[in-house]
Write a protein that binds this ligand. Structure first.
Ligand code: NAP
Length: 155
């Protein structure tokens, strides 16, 4: 069922994103890993290809949504399909209360907005394609949970 599918995973070079990417690759999906650090991307690709998976890497910062859209277009152009998009990377890094509130709010706002913006773009971009197989998986940002728990990290 996942064989010969194509997936993009933001934050795919480590952690939850890498876990999802390697699981998909083990089932025969070609995975595109998106993250900022080239070195980490190359290591992640190596691990997946060593296990006979198909992995490609794209270096980008998810805070630049237009760049992510360009990656989506490129992947679709190269493969003629996009089956899975995993919204995983976020800007929130467990900022401490030493961080000015305006900066904290900017990150929370981005983490809330980005998955909606990308989903809105993806749904409208692919809804009229002849064979639209796209499924979107969004990993909830820790920022939301930390705010609800009043769990901003104390220094
Ligand atoms: N809901 C929950 O309970 C819960 C718990 C834990 C995590 N999470 C969420 O799950 C997601 C992944 O968490 P994780 O613990 O697996 O994180 P992680 O181990 O720190 O991995 C983060 C990944 O995202 C990439 N990344 C970080 N900032 C990026 C940016 N601005 N642009 C592009 N890529 C970026 C990192 O690579 P580079 O640094 O090279 O870019 C890396 O590949 C996050 O959204 C986190 O908030 C949720």
């Amino acid at each position: 069922m996942l064989e010969n599918k194509v997936a993009i995973i933001t934050g795919g070079s480590e952690g939850i994103g890498f876990g999802i990417a390697s699981a998909l690759a083990s089932k025969g999906t070609r995975v595109y890993l998106v993250a900022r650090t080239q070195e980490k991307l190359e290591k992640a690709k190596e691990k997946i290809t060593q296990q006979s998976g198909k992995a490609e890497i794209r270096s980008a910062d998810i805070t630049n949504i237009e760049t992510i859209k360009e990656i989506v277009e490129g992947v679709y152009h190269d493969n003629g399909r996009l089956d899975i998009f995993v919204n995983n990377a976020r800007a929130w890094k467990g900022q401490s209360l030493n961080t000015p509130f305006a900066d904290i709010w900017r990150l929370i706002e981005f983490d809330m907005r980005a998955p909606y913006e990308l989903t809105h773009y993806l749904v409208n971009r692919f809804k009229n394609e002849k064979e639209n197989t796209l499924r979107i998986l969004t990993v909830a940002s820790q920022a939301t949970l930390q705010v609800m728990d009043n769990g901003l990290r104390f220094c």
